[in-house]
Design a protein around this ligand. Structure first.
Ligand SMILES: N[C@@H](CC(=O)c1ccccc1NC=O)C(=O)O
Ligand SMILES: [Zn+2]
Ligand SMILES: [Zn+2]
Length: 207
């Protein structure tokens, strides 16, 4: 059996966050020395820091929350496709990519990512990708960038198009060391009842 590959950004105090968002902070708030018994940590973070899933509530007030999401989407086969050659990606571009039978698509949009640096430019996805993916039977789209929309977008057309097409969004994957191909994927959100997003521990195992 092949080994699982971690495709998650390590969460630590120097991880990059969305400009202006809550910095990630972990500290031991109660030390073994103080308590005489245990170290206990305290965590402060945004729900969109590191490798994470978006809930529809992130961009629609009446949208589903993290705990409402179907776990089946977050476990199962996935295809990794290299789109590093594109700065704009449309449905027409994806028409040349074999996607028959694919239910989860992970797009490798850059050769390397430094999770401690917020990117200045990212791939521009065309909203027409969403209905195209849904038509192929894709349930989840994962990207190795902080957003499926452009960084300065306020309307978030790609987020909305993916929601309309029932495609789950996963962002900030680490695909640097991952070859294009077919894998088993697991990336479960935490059971955050009311949340608009959740960190996930995303892993792949070659099929
Ligand atoms: N759409 C991005 C996040 C995002 O837009 C964002 C995240 C944290 C703080 C502010 C954000 N957007 C503000 O306009 C995402 O889904 O991760
Ligand atoms: Zn997000
Ligand atoms: Zn998002």
């Amino acid at each position: 059996m092949k080994k699982w590959i971690d495709i998650s950004q390590p969460l630590h105090n120097r991880i990059a966050v969305w400009p202006g968002d809550t910095p990630f902070h972990y500290e031991v708030s109660w030390s073994k020395a103080d308590s005489g018994s245990v170290n206990v940590g305290k965590l402060t973070m945004s729900t969109h820091t590191g490798t994470h899933a978006d809930a529809p509530f992130h961009f629609t007030d009446d949208g589903q929350r993290i705990l409402d999401l179907d776990l089946e989407r977050f476990i199962g086969p996935a295809r990794v496709v290299d789109v590093t050659a594109f700065s704009v990606l449309t449905a027409a571009d994806l028409a040349g990519v074999p996607l028959e039978g694919v239910t989860r698509l992970l797009l490798k949009t850059r050769h390397s990512c430094n999770p401690q640096e917020f990117p200045s430019r990212i791939l521009q996805l065309d909203p027409d990708v969403a209905p195209f993916l849904a038509e192929k039977g894709i349930l989840l789209l994962g990207v190795d960038i902080p957003s499926v929309d452009l960084l300065d977008s306020k309307e978030l057309p790609v987020h909305h198009a993916l929601l309309a097409s029932h495609v789950q969004i996963v962002e900030n994957l680490v695909l640097d060391a991952v070859e294009p191909g077919d894998y088993e994927f697991i990336g479960l959100p935490l059971p955050l009842q009311d949340s608009d997003g959740s960190p996930i521990r995303a892993v792949l195992r070659p099929l």
